[in-house]
Design a protein around this ligand. Structure first.
Ligand SMILES: [Zn+2]
Length: 132
C-alpha cells in the first residue's frame, strides 16, 4: 500500500528545511502547536514537518512509497508511536480517524512522489525531468 515515509530527497529546496528522521521510516502529520498554526514557516517547524514513527524526529520532506504493509500495520505503528511518546494508551479503534486522514490523501499520489506539508495540506514536488 502507499504510505508516507521519511526522506532526505528534496531537502534544501527551502531555506527552512530540516531532516532528523531515518530514511524510509513511516511518518505521519504530527500535532501542530499554536505558534505554527499561525505560521507554518515560524520558528518551531512542526507545521511543515512530518513526524517519524520510529525515530520520533521530524523531516520537512516525505516520500510516498509502496510498501508491503496493511492498514492494521499502520494502525499498530501509530499506536506504538503515540504510546512511546507518552500520549497515553490507545486502541486500534480509537485511531481510525487519524489513519483515514493519513491514508486518504495518498490515493491521488504515486510511489516516488516527494511531498511537503503545510499544516494539514500535502504539496507534491514536481518530478525532476528525466534524462534523455
Ligand atoms: Zn510547533
Amino acid at each position: 500500500m502507499l504510505i508516507l515515509t521519511a526522506t532526505a530527497t528534496g531537502q534544501g529546496d527551502q531555506d527552512n528545511d530540516f531532516t532528523w528522521t531515518t530514511e524510509g521510516e513511516l511518518v505521519w502529520l504530527g500535532l501542530v502547536c499554536d505558534r505554527d498554526l499561525r505560521d507554518p514557516d515560524g520558528g518551531c517547524g512542526c507545521g511543515r514537518a512530518f513526524s517519524g514513527l520510529s525515530s520520533h524526529r521530524a523531516t520537512t520532506t516525505a516520500m510516498v512509497r509502496d510498501l508491503p504493509l496493511t492498514r492494521d500495520d499502520v494502525v499498530q505503528a501509530l499506536v506504538g508511536y503515540l504510546e512511546a511518546a507518552g500520549y497515553g494508551t490507545f486502541t486500534a479503534a480509537s485511531l481510525e480517524d487519524e489513519v483515514d486522514e493519513l491514508l486518504a490523501p495518498l490515493q491521488r499520489l504515486s510511489a516516488g512522489d516527494i511531498v511537503r506539508r503545510r499544516l494539514d495540506e500535502l504539496l507534491v514536488l514536481p518530478r525532476a525531468p528525466r534524462p534523455t
